[in-house]
Every structure is written in structure tokens, then in C-alpha cells.
Write a protein that binds this ligand. Structure first.
Ligand SMILES: Cc1cc2nc3c(=O)[nH]c(=O)nc-3n(C[C@H](O)[C@H](O)[C@H](O)COP(=O)(O)O)c2cc1C
Length: 382
């Protein structure tokens, strides 16, 4: 780092210290972008809005939140995908976007059931294309009051589940019994597997690290991520989606002019190097992995994989574990081909079987929730 930049950071840091670090941290919290996590149930009188207010908290690739809801009544709606929120470089067939919509539908179902409503979901009522998403609905949603429903206590974890990208505690192994509970929380229709030790763990650490490094080194793929980075509170509040780089430290670097999109994308920059180091730390500190496969790769398989990923993520939260998908090796663009082949071989996939999700597991300090667009902004206006 050159002297001028160093002085700028030192200057910015002293201003923050003078203002009181706690005060700075508070003023830099994107309160509006996090508001969807503070659910005020009294605000939603109808069961559809209530269930949807949870569904928008589902995990989804690059936090694109591609859901658009056409509300028909307090118990009926149509879910479509916002085609401006796809990830054409790293998700060319929108497979991962559809998995995210599956997570949304699972959280919707659990939330509705918690409120005494059975959800009837008709998938792709006007048909679907396996290669490209279009304007046709993803699902028709209907809620039916049902006092026979048995509540699923996984739902209690809905507000505690977060993707944790920190390094995990390498001194803390995961009990086999916990891995078994995580594995069996997947739903019928998928094949779930876990590992917490031995050669498979070692090989998956190295494979996910190398695939992530490869993605960072691939200019087009990495630019897609860089374009979606929201640096500092103001950008996060304006666009509460994508990859948020917030918090007092990163904000100070951004104010100092050291952290910006050009630097992040420049292989010669310090920020780029930090990105590569973070890839190493995250992959190599994995203390376990969980994966979800399907026997084919239709749109319905992807939705089913999303339902299971949502349940697995809630079970992981219940067990006090942390998790982060490591999706690069599963992606369908040229640079990932050899990783894709290898991971399927390594995990013993049958010829048509497809690994839809692969995530690392471990113990770590908790993280803050990721921003969300308010539900009202995702409802189609007529
Ligand atoms: C299909 C899918 C793929 C994902 N792949 C990755 C990934 O490779 N790396 C990562 O850090 N997060 C990944 N995520 C997690 C999302 O980035 C995360 O859900 C989103 O940013 C919202 O944050 P939250 O899960 O904390 O609510 C993936 C999520 C889904 C559903």
C-alpha cells in the first residue's frame, strides 16, 4: 500500500476514533436494509402476506432475491422470477436461481403452517424451460386453513439462520450424531450426504478452495460478483441485495478510497489478494460438508433441492453450527468443468445424478443477517 493511501486510512481511522467507534458502528448499520428481519406480525393481517414476510428471508444466490409476487387475495398469489436478477455468467441455466426459489417456497410453507394454513403449491402451472427462465409463473400459491396441521419446530429457527462466511474453528470437530441429524433433515426426493473427517473432508476443502480461486481469477465470472458488491451503508440501503461489504472497518477503508469496485476487480491490488486469502481461509477451515443431490436435473428437481437446502440450513442453525454454500465447483461454465467432474466422482454420483448444493459446516462466531428488500417492494404493482 502506498504512503498516500496509508495516510488516508490513518486519517479516516482517527476521525472514527474521535467520533467514538461505537457511535460510528451504530450510524453505519443499514437499519432499513435489515428491517425485514424484525418481523412485526401485527402488520400482516392476511395469511398470505404473513407467510411471504418470512419467505423473503430465504437463502438465495448472491442475495439477488429474484422473487416477484402477484397477490390475488389474502390466500392466493402467483410467484414469478424477476429476469433482471439472474446471474448469467456463473449460473448460465439459472439452476441456482431456481434452487433459491425452492428455498423461498419451503420457508413459505413452514411459515404458513405455523399460522395454521396448509400451502397448496402448483409448480410451473404454464410449463417450464429447462435451459432458460421466462416470464411464466414459477408457482401458483394457495393457503387453506387447516386445524389438523402439525407444526414443524424447524420454523422456530427461521430468523436465526444466516450464511456465515467467516473462518470456522479448526479445533472443534462436528459430532457424527449432529451430522446425521443434518443429513436426515433433507426431504424425500433428494439424496443428502455429509462428511466431517478423513480423506473426503480434506479433498473437499482443497477442491472448494481451488474452484473458488479459479472463479476469482476468471475475469467475467468475478466481475459478475464485483458488480453486485454493495460497499458501505449508503450502497446497502439503496440496494439491499447482492454481496454487502459493510461494517465500520470496511466502511472506513471505503471512505479512505482504498476499497472500491475497481480495486476489488484488479488482480494486482491488495483487495484482490485479500479476496483470494479469504477463499483459502473459508474452504480450508471447513470442519464438515453437507451436499444435496437429485437423480435428474429438471426444474422440479432444482425446486425440491431448494426445499431440502432450506430445511438443512434450519437444522444446522438448530444444532448451533454455521454453514456456507461453496457452489463454484457445481456451476456450469467452462472454467468449472474439471471441478464439476471431480466433485461428482468424489461423492460417488450415479450417471444422471446432479449435486445441487454443497456447503461447508463448522463452528464460528455468529454473523449479522443479510439485507433484504422489503416485502412491499417485491409485490407486483398493477
Ligand atoms: C443456490 C445457492 C447457492 C449459493 N452459493 C453460495 C456460494 O457459493 N458462496 C456463498 O458465500 N454463499 C452462497 N449462497 C448463499 C447466499 O449468498 C445467501 O443465501 C445470500 O447472500 C443471503 O444471505 P443469508 O443466507 O445470510 O440470508 C448460495 C445460496 C443458494 C441458495
Amino acid at each position: 500500500m502506498n504512503r498516500r493511501k496509508f495516510l488516508k486510512i490513518a486519517g479516516t481511522t482517527s476521525v472514527i476514533v474521535a467520533a467514538g467507534a461505537g457511535g460510528f458502528a451504530f450510524t453505519r448499520t443499514p437499519h432499513k436494509a435489515l428491517a425485514p428481519w424484525n418481523l412485526d406480525q401485527s402488520a400482516y393481517r392476511d395469511p398470505m402476506r404473513r407467510a411471504l414476510s418470512y419467505a423473503i428471508l430465504a437463502p438465495n444466490p448472491h442475495n439477488r432475491q429474484p422473487w416477484v409476487i402477484d397477490l390475488k387475495s389474502g390466500t392466493e398469489a402467483v410467484l414469478t422470477c424477476d429476469l433482471d436478477r439472474l446471474l448469467p455468467e456463473t449460473d448460465p441455466f439459472s439452476r441456482q436461481i431456481v434452487i433459491g426459489l425452492g428455498c423461498f417456497l419451503e420457508l413459505f410453507t413452514l411459515a404458513a403452517s405455523d399460522n395454521g394454513y396448509r400451502s397448496e403449491i402448483a409448480l410451473f402451472p404454464e410449463g417450464e424451460d429447462q435451459n432458460h427462465l421466462d416470464t411464466r409463473p414459477i408457482a401458483h400459491l394457495k393457503l387453506v386453513e387447516d386445524n389438523q396441521l402439525v407444526k414443524n419446530d424447524l420454523f422456530d429457527l427461521a430468523l436465526n439462520r444466516h450464511t456465515n462466511r467467516n473462518g470456522y474453528d479448526v479445533s472443534r470437530e462436528i459430532d457424527q450424531s449432529i451430522l446425521e441429524r443434518v443429513e436426515t433433515s433433507a426431504q424425500p426426493g433428494v439424496i443428502a450426504g455429509t462428511t466431517g473427517s478423513g480423506e473426503t473432508l480434506e479433498e473437499l476443502r482443497a477442491l472448494t478452495r481451488n474452484a473458488l480461486r479459479e472463479e476469482i481469477m476468471d475475469p467475467a465470472a468475478f466481475q459478475e460478483s464485483v458488480d453486485l458488491m454493495r460497499i458501505g451503508r449508503s450502497e446497502i440501503e439503496t440496494n439491499p441485495d447482492g454481496i454487502s461489504l459493510g461494517g465500520p472497518f470496511l466502511e472506513a477503508l471505503s471512505i479512505a478510497g482504498v476499497l472500491n469496485r475497481e480495486e476489488l476487480a484488479d488482480p494486482a491490488s491488495k483487495s484482490f489478494q485479500i479476496g483470494l486469502d479469504m477463499a483459502d481461509t473459508s474452504a480450508m477451515s471447513a470442519m464438515g460438508f453437507v451436499w444435496i443431490s437429485t437423480t435428474a436435473n429438471t426444474r422440479r428437481d432444482q425446486i425440491v433441492a431448494g426445499h431440502s437446502y432450506m430445511r438443512v440450513a434450519l437444522e444446522v442453525a438448530r444444532q448451533g453450527l454455521e454453514m456456507q454454500p461453496m457452489s463454484q465447483a457445481l456451476q456450469e461454465y467452462a472454467a468449472m468443468e474439471s471441478y464439476y467432474q471431480r466433485v461428482h466422482e468424489m461423492l460417488g454420483s450415479q450417471p444422471n445424478e446432479r449435486i445441487q448444493m454443497l456447503a461447508r459446516l463448522g463452528y464460528a462466531d455468529a454473523v449479522n443477517p443479510a439485507p433484504r428488500w422489503a416485502l412491499s417492494t417485491r409485490i407486483k404493482q398493477v
